[in-house]
Design a protein around this ligand. Structure first.
Ligand code: LLP
Length: 418
């Protein structure tokens, strides 16, 4: 479960194969994402193992990487899915995830998405506001279905993460705050059984580097679950959320198994061990096992300054521009060495900038942008007339599938007909 590494000749390797060989074998246009699917499934397996005998469901937050190859591999390992749109629910079902292992979160589910969840009998619709509960009830009545729901609690806990990816604080649009719980319970209890509360959930935000806040919100969640249980005997699960951090280089973080242990301990201490534990990790299962391979187009020097221009930009990987995220950029052939170069893309925006990286005296050839398995391809766009990048999937050292870039012509045709 190492992700990108270097072999004895300092060539970049993913899984067990040199990346230069993989992109040659796949015969794709660059830039291309390359994924080590085995690394992802091994991480999932070891996370599941960490729950021991405790009943649990790992509901993979599919927004992190929604490729069919990844979702099918996770489904085969017994994962469930946390979806945030009707399309993600349909993707999960089509990839073989059982409906009763699919959750639907999100603050603005449309009626059509609620109906889909009802018709498909997914595990639960996770309600993020009292107003939404009322809408779910209306759809349940209109369609003649019973709606299995979970309440997503907003625990009012700040985490030490980028402001754009913290979700569990008082001013976030997510979840139902404690002061509104009574109103939520009364919608459920007054629904004549049309709303059936099966769960209670929380999600604090992404990139938690320790389990401290996770444990605190978990305790709050369990307190609410314990109190609510008498009135809602249908309660089956407690969902502690996702947000397990990864090391993008220099951050020290705890492994996913520590989060699993925290859930087991918290539930046991609350006397709720008969309930199922749900977690919703996205990033930690996939980020380290993807790289974006790009080609150096040219270098530029001006006085003391040095730039390396590559053929991948913020449209392919927006995290640096959006969150000032740092992804290590390394030559595919040759170990990192001084001097540092400022790596930039071709997009006409100053924020199309991957930061400074040690690329040696005269960088040429291919580079790997590391830890790009999560929130990377899924957030790509066609800005500046740049087609979506290719994707290459590797299992057991072999390219098992390739999703080719739709290409420039495809972009051109669609724009001309618009
Ligand atoms: N559950 C819910 C309800 C979520 O909103 C999220 C992520 C997750 C689970 C999974 O969180 P994870 O384990 O992946 O941290 N685009 C940003 C991250 C946004 C996260 C959104 N919600 C980034 O690139 O850092």
């Amino acid at each position: 479960m190492t992700g990108f590494r270097r072999d004895a000749q300092d060539h970049g390797v993913l899984g067990s194969v040199r990346l230069s060989q993989l992109v040659r074998e796949a015969d794709v246009e660059l830039p291309a994402y390359v994924y080590d699917v085995d690394g992802m499934t091994e991480t999932l397996r070891s996370l599941r193992h960490a729950f021991g005998d405790a009943p649990h469901l790992v509901a993979y937050a599919v927004k992190a990487n929604s490729s069919g190859t990844v979702v099918r591999a996770f489904a085969a390992e017994g994962a469930g899915i946390d979806a945030v749109s009707g399309a993600e629910v349909e993707l999960a079902l089509a990839c073989g995830v059982p409906a009763n292992q699919i959750l639907m979160s999100g603050v603005a589910k449309t009626d059509a998405e609620i109906d889909l969840a009802l018709y498909k009998s997914i595990l639960a619709i996770q309600a993020e506001s009292v107003e939404e509960l009322v809408r779910i009830l209306a759809r349940a009545r209109a369609t003649g279905h019973r709606a299995d729901v979970s309440i997503r609690l907003n625990p009012g806990i700040e985490i030490d993460s980028h402001a754009h990816i913290a979700t569990g604080h008082d001013s976030a649009k997510f979840g139902i705050s404690e002061s509104d719980l009574t109103a939520a319970w009364s919608v459920i209890d007054g629904s004549d059984g049309r709303l059936c509360q099966v769960g209670i959930s929380v999600h604090l935000g992404s990139m938690q580097l320790s389990t401290e806040a996770y444990a605190r919100s978990g305790r709050k969640l369990c307190d609410v679950a314990r109190e609510r249980r008498t009135a809602a005997p249908s309660l089956r699960y407690v969902d502690f959320g996702g947000g397990f951090g990864v090391d993008y280089g220099g951050e020290s973080t705890v492994p996913p198994s520590e989060f699993a242990h925290t859930c087991v301990r918290t539930l046991r201490d609350a006397g709720l061990s008969d309930l199922m534990i749900v977690v919703e990790p996205g990033r930690s299962l996939v980020a380290p096992f993807g790289v974006l391979v790009a080609r150096i187009v040219q270098t530029k020097r001006s006085a003391e300054r040095r730039w390396v221009m590559i053929n991948a930009g913020m449209n392919d990987l927006i995290r640096p521009a959006l969150y000032t995220a740092k992804h290590r950029v390394e030559l595919l052939e040759g170990a990192p060495q001084a001097p540092d170069w400022r790596v930039v893309g071709p997009v006409c925006e100053s924020s199309d900038d991957f930061g400074f990286h040690p690329l040696g005296a005269e960088p040429t050839g291919l580079v790997a942008i590391r830890d790009a398995g999560a929130y990377s391809f899924v957030m790509a766009s066609e800005y500046n007339g740049r087609p979506l990048p290719s994707e290459v999937f590797v299992k057991a050292g072999k390219v098992v599938s390739v999703s080719r870039s739709p290409g420039r012509k495809n972009w051109l045709e669609r724009r001309l007909s618009s």
